[in-house]
Write a protein that binds this ligand. Structure first.
Ligand code: SF4
Length: 73
């Protein structure tokens, strides 16, 4: 018998210490990341939908500083 599905909420997060503000993430996750006037990302705190999770994963994979990550509630 299959186990019941567990609702897992994921959110995109940024480690501000690691981030160098290049902004690749904002281009790859346009619905989740915008940049401030210095080019540093401002990340949506909304739970990720299936669609936005794809964008988030692409941005995490492309981040040259490994500053982006997915957090699970
Ligand atoms: S891609 Fe990574 S290093 Fe570049 S702005 Fe986004 S979080 Fe920062």
């Amino acid at each position: 018998m299959a186990e019941p599905a567990v609702n897992v909420i994921q959110r995109l997060r940024v480690d501000a210490v690691r981030c160098d503000g290049v902004g690749i993430c904002a281009h790859l996750a346009v619905e989740l990341v915008r940049v401030d006037s210095w080019g540093y990302p401002i990340v949506s705190r909304q739970p990720l939908s299936a669609r936005s999770l794809r964008q988030a994963r692409a941005a995490v994979a492309a981040c040259p500083r490994r500053a982006l990550f997915l957090a699970t509630d």
